[in-house]
Write a new protein. Sequence first.
Lengths: 351, 467
Amino acid sequence: MTGDKRGVFTPAGRCEMNNRKGIKRILAIRGMGAAITAFAGLIVIYVAFGILNPKVFSGQNILNLLRSMSKYLLIGIGQSYVMITGNIDLSIGSVVGMSAMLTATLMTLGVPPLVAMLISLCCGLMIGVINGFLVGKFRLPPFIATLGTMFVARGIGYMVNGNRNTDNIGIKLGKEVGDRFQDFFYYGKTAGIYNTFWIALVIFIALFFLLSKTRTGRHIYAIGSNVDAARLSGVDVVATTIKTYLVSAFCSVVVGFILCAQAGMGNMEAGNTYEMYAVAAGVIGGVSPLGGSGLLLGTFAGAAVWQTLENGLNMVGAQVGIQRIVIGVIVVFAVLADAVLRTGNGLKKSK
Amino acid sequence: MENEILRFSRVTYEKDSVVYLRDFELDIQKGEIMGLIPLNAYGLEEFLELLKSNDPLYYGYVYYNGKKVNSWQDMHRAPNKITVIGSENSLVMGQSVVSNIFVLREGFGQYIIRNSLLEDQLRPFLQDIGEDIDPGSRVEELSAYERVLVEILRAVIAGNRLIVLRELGTFIAENEMGRLYEVVRHYSKRGIAFLFISGHLEEISSLCSRAAVMSGGRILNIISSDKLAGSIWDALYQEHSDYAGQGAGRPGRALSEKEVLEIRDLKLALGARLTVTVRKGEYLVIRPLDNRVFDDLISAIFGDYKPADSRFYIEGDKTVLCRDRRVALLREHPEENMLFEELSYLDNLLFTVDHRIPSVWGRSGVARSVRQELSGLLGEEVFGKSIRELTQKEKIELIYGRILLQKPDLVLCAMPFKDEDFSMRLLLKELQEMLLARGISIVNITMNVADSAPLADRIIEIAAICN
């Protein structure tokens, strides 16, 4: 017996009903469909590359994949926060570079890593506050405002060490301190997985909670959906916009630490074009560039898709040019899908 | 037939498999000012769309200016030269009056634009109707009344034989409406026909020679001017009048002495000033008599700009209205402006409740209990719909449901009845009465008091001091 038409009598029937309701409820969450699609795409891509080259399935490759995607995940989270409010942050890559250069320069001058990181963090957050004020308070177009801060942050990154890359970060602090910093952010492992991934995961969980379970999170979505209605409903649009740019700056600074640890030095070109990778991670995962919708879960999938594509195309020996074309096409299709879903264009048959 | 400007003959029109107009019959003669009273909004947008663009018909014929322009058999259709003028004006902001009238229209042949020449061409038209508008001024500098005039002039100069005027009374002040009627009569004597759409009998009867009553996508009746105030008319309006009459004057309604809002010396355009207090549970209508004063007041209240010396006090505390959850603000057409389409129904409903229940977004139990509590009022099925799928009625109920949960002391709304049909106006009145019954004060800022007067405890009119 499996229950009557309404399917409520037997435990089996009830269970089936509840499952169906649960799935429906999950799918009803706005952006969840796109996130699930991105995860499904990720599996397909991964398996396809694995068939072409079985080394893709090796444990070490998976670990490397997780570590490499962490950078894209972090900047993707930052950009997603900003994009959900309907804005964009072009300064991400430059803040990454500035953070890497500042941290490395200070460490080469003998400043303890923690202090160097704190100073870099403060500078990065300052850029976030400036972005937030320019966009939220003075209503500058976010593209222009963050384009300006992009150049400023990159300029600071160049200037801190006199327009050249830094020496090894352990040159004054000693090899042991330098190695510890590098292990903490890049080369070390915890429970068999690189620390980089754990760091990204902790930040992801905290920011996922902030976005989905708090008042601030709901205000961020509301601003992206209808900024005037949000303002009239009591949302402090300026403060909320600043918060999103602060999140973006924070994530960028952390990625700067990771790049600094990876190279063991400060590279002036660190983080170049990362802002675009961040946009790509977000939109592949279903974060709408028009604002108002998207889940960080999708950004997770988007970052993973991006990294798996890069990794897989490398492993099958595809040229860099091919890699870029494939990724570009996927990004365009993701945004197109968002536009079609929003407007219903193309879904209706014209008479 | 030779005097006929427009005829809809047995028109049935469907879009996306929904029939919007059925056996629609309407004719307008040359120089006639025809009224159209929509008892509900069903099919009205589609009628206006069809009027302009001649979309394919399911059945019937449309004649304009003596020619068959659309029929269910025809394949080749071109848009009609008909202008529809309503609250959403079609002028291009940032451009001058002459540019809008002459340059930005089909068929303007000159490549090099000589503004002075165009201004000289426009002046006789302005003198003809006795209006003094600077032809070189940008349209955003004009009042709503002047913009309507510019749109009428543009239609006249473009050679349109029919102009549709839609719910002008909702955004043009009463004294300006009188002047506008004169302009309309002036052009009707010159053979231009007008279709005047309004839900208010007094506006129709003061201007139109005949009026068509529309409901559910059909013309129910066409009444001539001598019968406008007659028995047929009364019957049609019985339900609405009965309802409106219930609250007229609100005799004996005891109001609390407690003041919830005080506006101190708010300086507005044209030298107007406003100082007023609102008591708990009071329904106050504020009616600016000039459009620029109205725009200024709306901007000040909705925080579009911050007047240097304005003072808003809620229960004695100085406040910024849009940041104070003791106040709910409703712009005009809130169903279009006050919802978050990307958020769920429940998120929209709970959006302004987090000052009372800070954990509302983290605990699903809160949302569940609210859903249970309000499903009786709002219906269960709406919770599963996205905002885009809601009907206008469901959207309005959602907005007022949100206010109920917010429990503000005061609701400030701008023209809540604007452009709404009879059934929606009745619904809005019921919802506003529900708020009043819960002790929530309402301040309604409007140009047209016809719908709000029966609910009002007080009506304040703001006059311009200088021009």
